[in-house]
Design a protein around this ligand. Structure first.
Ligand code: AMP
Ligand code: MG
Length: 352
């Protein structure tokens, strides 16, 4: 156990001295958790293999799971990559800073620890004033995976990071809640046609408007492809496991509600404590919260961006209860809905 310093920074009125102190810790090879617009990240100097190793140790992350490098300006990617394809400039111009990570062929200065042993490297520019200032002041590209214990839910609030990394990180910057709430879209730019390796709020539809054809690597396909290979598709390792067994129920709204109520009664008879994850549109179709049942709404289906922002927070709230089974509604699998369903499926053990 180490002494972790918690430093509170107001994103709207950033204290330069505090950022400088955190940047100095990064320059000296320390690990610092900081907010981004997607989720909190646990950062280290991406070019310092010793510092990067400490991220893997703190998270308990398998060494073949590559990290995303965060930069504060586009020019900073030049030393990190072998080449920049023409269409990569187009998406960087349009979506950076923002929740889009691009995969490039890596240059030799990126240590194998950072890229998980791959010949490619993942880079993005976050859209968060604290993250940008911190990277800028550190003077280094910052490798940062999500600031949670490996296999657990990604953190969208400072308190989530404190729960997971107290005694493990050097510093936790408490800088408010993350707006987006799901991790960045990961887009592989190394092939002829760009491929989405992980869906995020920058959707395939939105990317296709800029790039033309974009492929999506489905979860099932990538599971097959990554067998025995590095986890380039983000699927080989365990993700987002909530404590309770989670079931996703698919179908139209009415049939989903009916199925969830039926399952709830069945598990209730077995004396299992049940939780329900629903939406504002269906909340009234379930009973009230009781000792036996906890019901939480993700928000309105009309605002998928709110659902994305609430997702990990609500799953973490269930981890604090003694619920054994979570019955979760599914969301329309379009645009942002794809990122939401990807995370729900990774968290669930069954889909019915
Ligand atoms: P995290 O920030 O914790 O979500 O982890 C970063 C994720 O980015 C990894 O799990 C990979 O899915 C993806 N990633 C990072 N580098 C690469 C790469 N070189 N090729 C493909 N995917 C990558
Ligand atoms: Mg992660």
């Amino acid at each position: 156990m180490k002494d972790t310093i918690i430093i509170k920074i107001d994103a709207e009125n950033i204290d330069g001295k505090l950022i400088e102190k955190c940047a100095e810790i990064l320059r000296e090879g320390g690990i610092v958790a900081f907010p981004t617009e997607t989720v909190y990240g646990l950062g280290a100097d991406a070019l310092n293999s010793g510092a990067v190793k400490r991220i893997f140790e703190a998270k308990g992350r398998p060494p073949d799971n590559p990290l995303i490098i965060h930069v504060s300006k586009t020019a900073d990617i030049l030393p990190l990559v072998k080449e920049i394809p023409e269409n990569a400039y187009k998406v960087m111009e349009k979506f950076w800073p923002g929740p889009l990570t691009l995969i490039f062929k890596k240059s030799n200065i990126v240590p194998r620890e950072t890229s998980g042993g791959l010949s490619t490297v993942a880079i993005r520019m976050p859209d968060h004033p604290i993250a940008i200032k911190l990277i800028e002041k550190s003077g280094a590209p910052i490798a940062a995976p999500s600031a949670n214990i490996s296999g657990k839910l990604s953190p969208t609030k400072a308190e989530h990071v404190i729960e997971d990394l107290m005694g493990k990180a050097d510093v936790i910057i408490a800088g408010g809640d993350c707006d987006v709430g799901v991790e960045s879209t990961v887009l592989d730019m190394t092939g002829e046609v760009p491929v989405i390796l992980r869906p995020g709020v920058v959707s395939r539809e939105t990317l296709e408007k800029v790039l033309g054809r974009v492929l999506v690597n489905s979860l099932a396909e990538s599971l097959d492809k990554t067998k025995g290979k590095p986890d380039t598709m983000n699927t080989k390792h365990i993700h987002y496991s909530p404590k309770a067994k989670m079931m996703i129920i698919q179908g139209g709204l009415d049939s989903m509600v009916a199925k969830i109520n039926e399952l709830k009664n069945r598990y209730g008879k077995e004396n299992k404590k049940v939780g329900i994850i629903c939406t504002d549109e269906t909340r009234g179709s379930y009973e009230k919260d009781t000792e036996e049942i906890i019901i939480k709404s993700l928000g309105s289906r009309k605002h998928p961006e709110t659902i994305a922002a609430n997702l990990f927070k609500i799953l973490r709230e269930f981890d604090k209860t003694d619920v054994e089974i979570i019955l979760c509604e599914s969301i329309n699998d379009t645009e942002i809905g794809q990122a939401i369903m990807d995370r729900l499926k990774k968290a669930a053990s069954t889909i019915v």
